[in-house]
Design a protein around this ligand. Structure first.
Ligand SMILES: [Fe+2]
Ligand SMILES: [Fe+2]
Length: 166
């Protein structure tokens, strides 16, 4: 059974794929629906990390600072996601916001996978990581929506170079 670190890394890949698909098809009739799904999933993922994962880093001033910084990344993305909720604004502005969101998300995932998750992996027992994975699965009522296969989606550069460092 996957532990919390595996589940979060799997979600990262799915969120990146969904966002790349959304950017490609931003003008399609289904785009607003896909955006609503992506919005909910990013929020759910981030809130779980803030409530159950980042507190595990509160052992030293250095790691507490890293966790706080990651929380600030989430808040920056929340601002962009909220701005995008008015989906009918002009298409060029929407695409610019989606591109900034993609950059922010990619950078944040790199920080988590190359710094935060490896720290947690060494500081927390495998039993606890499994329990957190169970809690995440239980909290993810929307999780099935993450398992989607984009239609003929060209692999963006960000996905050809996986950020996974664990
Ligand atoms: Fe994450
Ligand atoms: Fe995060």
């Amino acid at each position: 059974m996957s532990d919390i670190l595996d589940l979060l890394c799997d979600d990262h890949r799915s969120l990146q794929e969904m966002l790349a698909l959304l950017i490609r098809d931003a003008g399609a009739p289904t785009a607003e629906l896909l955006f609503g799904r992506l919005h909910r999933l990013i929020r759910m993922h981030a809130r779980f990390e803030e409530s159950s994962l980042y507190p595990l880093l509160a052992q030293t001033a250095a790691t507490t600072g890293m966790a706080r910084q990651a929380g600030e990344h989430h808040r920056q993305m929340d601002v962009l996601l909220d701005a995008l909720r008015t989906w009918n604004a002009d298409g060029a502005t929407r695409l610019a916001k989606l591109s900034v969101l993609q950059e922010d998300l990619t950078r944040h995932i790199q920080v988590e996978e190359c710094s935060l998750l490896p720290l947690i992996s060494t500081a927390v027992s495998s039993t606890r990581l499994q329990q957190l994975g169970d809690a995440y699965r239980a909290a993810s009522a929307l999780r099935p929506a993450l398992t989607m296969t984009p239609r003929a989606l060209p692999t963006p550069a960000v996905l050809r170079q996986p950020t996974r460092c664990r």
